[in-house]
Design a protein around this ligand. Sequence first.
Ligand code: ZN
Length: 394
Amino acid sequence: MPNPPSTRHMARLDNANNARGPGLRRRAERRAAGLLVAILLCVFAPAAFSQPGTVRHVIHISVDGLRPDAVTRQGPGRLPNFYRLRTEGAITDNARTDYDYGNTLPNHVAQLTGRPVLGEGGHHWTTNRDPRPGQTLHSQRGAYVASAFDVVHDAGLRTGVYASKSKFILLDRSYDAMRGAPDVTGDDDGRDKIDAFVYDTDTEDLVERFARDMASQPHAYAFLHLRDPDTQGHRFGWRMWNWHPYMRAVRRVDALLGRVLDLVENDPRLAGNTAIILTSDHGGSGHRHGADNAEHYTVPFYVWGPGVPTGDLYNLNQGLRGDPLGGRPGFDAQLQPIRNGAAANLGLALLGLDPVPGSSINTASRMRVWPAVDLGERGTAAGDVAGARGASRR
Ligand SMILES: [Zn+2]
């Protein structure tokens, strides 16, 4: 660990201690504790684990309507990029959607807010249509619904949404300069929580735009939505034959993943500094999808990046998450499955940020995607190391 950043950081802590109130002092103390932990890690941990799981960029990809077996049936020859993520990252083919809803917008809001759809802490966005004029996540729930974008943006970092269905305008509208929450954390970074919102039904153009934006000003948290398998599934059916349009759409997505991997590896700012989280909103069968069929509620969940070990996510999370086998556990189940709704808080953990305020999925016992260097309750080595690095946290 180089000296100058630590020194600069300590100087900032002194200012905080002298000039501001007890809340900030507590936070400064937490940071100082994190710094100590980071130093201990640098000294005592094996070199490869010196910053377990810590990254500066998270690319959260949701492949609309992707069934895990649409990948495994095609194999590495047809889907080299899916298989790169699978063989180099921590994955499961047995993650779960929301319990009550197996459709697009409710599950994406869950992915980005860490909330179930229904219940006391639910986000309550139950429709899958384009929002009506003026309608937002907050107006629907009757209270502010924070997202990963709030946490990242309030920390002074860049955020982006690249969506291939028009209904995602809901995100841009809910987190714009008028309807996003005031930033009361550290410097005021403004109310517009999404720095770049791009909507394009052509996913090739969308990914090109994403790559251009990342090359000019990389986002800390980017959400990329790829519609193709769902579109072909509704039109021609969720059929697992290699020649079928649905399977071809999955191959198209594989090529787009290749573009994203190229970007990550060839940009020195991103290489070795970027995690990819890939999941899906739902699967499907016949020409439809819902919440109560195993082929609909079973989704993949991949995590890839520096410090993320290879292997099965349930093995890495023994005692924290339970493999639901063929079942559909509710939110009251003691041992929760890995859900697509874990994406936001996992991404924030990888960035060293706290969970989304008001969220309940993947909060109290955050799932583990780094080697077992657990530093106690508040979590993760990743969080503490990043805290010491000086990322502002809430
Ligand atoms: Zn659909």
